[in-house]
Write a protein that binds this ligand. Structure first.
Ligand SMILES: NC(=O)c1ccc[n+]([C@@H]2O[C@H](COP(=O)([O-])OP(=O)(O)OC[C@H]3O[C@@H](n4cnc5c(N)ncnc54)[C@H](O)[C@@H]3O)[C@@H](O)[C@H]2O)c1
Length: 326
């Protein structure tokens, strides 16, 4: 059974004059969202990518689209490897130097892993790529994104790509994903405690962080939400070993959404849904009124608080915290 069809975007969306930044935009839904937004007249698109020459190829590909050509946008490629703090800091610096104000930031780059692999920071990769580096991006950019709102006259919108799996990872584990008396990061970094559900667990951290940060932000300056696009036919499952990949490809073929629908959901979260999405999770196009049962549970609440503390300790080692983090 296929995933429910996505309602088309309303007529008349016009992103003329807007500047959009998408991380991990050289493939999958990041690239598709860039394409759709450029077709909707987005004036400046920043593709934040690990491989700059691949990013440049994407620009050439996008510029061949007659609709995009006629809109005459500026498309920029900036280097960003979310596996490395240095690269994140170089990216946030370059962005502020080159782009005066941002209307929309989409935190899209993400990976899955079944085995413990470490990023150059020493942290397990899903923890680093899906969670910690996104927190650093926010930490470095919050003052600039708030200032952007002053320049554009409307709140800067940040949409973070989560996954519905964040509600499910712990269902498959014997003791739940995190204990209330254990380090959150150790659950990823410690070989003995690493779980093959690290993808779901890393997205759980993202959701918990979003729920903690959003109330600290002024929604007249920044609207922050998280969303899950559902199962979409991208290369996301390439990390799986061959037998599992074959099964997953079959499931995706039968049940997954076309990538165009994925882009449509991204645009809904970032553009169509308004300030009422601040601090909220969206599934497809529906705003979830409340966090997941796990996040609301007693253990979940302890873990959410500990996560914030551990994250702030980590960020303090790398940068000066913005006021919203203090
Ligand atoms: N495809 C799905 O069914 C699905 C479902 C829910 C959530 N998501 C999320 O959607 C987002 C996009 O995934 P996708 O399905 O388009 O997969 P994808 O693998 O096609 O795209 C992932 C993107 O992240 C980039 N990326 C990975 N590591 C990076 C790094 N170190 N530095 C910079 N960029 C890096 C890749 O280059 C790629 O452009 C991810 O966050 C994923 O978790 C996907």
């Amino acid at each position: 059974m296929r995933q429910a069809k996505v309602t088309p975007l309303p007529e008349g969306i016009n992103l003329e004059g807007e500047t959009v930044v998408i991380t991990g935009a050289s493939a999958g839904m990041g690239l598709e969202t860039a394409r759709q937004m450029l077709r909707l007249r987005c004036s400046t698109m920043v593709l934040a990518v690990r491989n700059v020459s691949k990013g440049e190829e994407c620009v050439q590909q996008l510029e061949q689209d007659p609709v995009i050509q006629s809109n005459k946008p500026t498309i920029k490629v900036l280097k960003l490897d979310v596996g490395q703090y240095d690269s994140v800091q170089e990216f946030t610096k370059e962005l502020q130097q080159k782009i005066e104000a941002v209307d929309i930031l989409i935190l899209n780059a993400g990976i899955g892993r079944l085995k413990l692999e470490r990023s150059p920071t020493g942290h397990e990769e899903t923890l680093q790529i899906n969670y910690l580096s996104n927190v650093l991006i926010l930490s470095e950019l919050l003052p600039y994104l708030e200032a952007s709102a002053g320049k554009t006259g409307s709140p800067t919108r940040i949409s973070w790509v989560g996954s519905r799996m964040h509600e499910k990872g712990h269902d498959f584990e014997k003791k739940g994903p995190f204990r209330s008396d254990d380090s959150v990061f150790a659950r990823f970094d410690d070989e003995k405690r690493f779980s093959r559900f690290s993808y779901a667990n890393s997205k759980l951290l993202c959701a918990m962080f979003m729920y903690t940060l959003a109330p600290r932000l002024d929604p007249t300056k920044i609207v922050l939400n998280m969303f899950c696009p559902g199962m979409v036919n991208t290369n996301m499952s390439d990390y799986l070993p061959l037998p599992l990949r074959v099964v997953f490809e079959g499931v995706k073929y039968l049940m997954g959404r076309p990538i165009e629908d994925g882009g449509n959901i991204y645009i809904n979260a970032a553009v169509v849904a308004g300030p009422e999405t601040h601090g909220k999770y969206l599934y497809d196009k529906d705003i979830q009124p409340e966090p997941s049962t796990y996040i609301k549970s007693t253990v979940g609440q302890v873990v959410q608080k500990r996560l914030w503390e551990e994250t702030m300790e980590e960020m303090k080692k790398i940068t000066t915290l913005p006021s919203e983090f203090c």
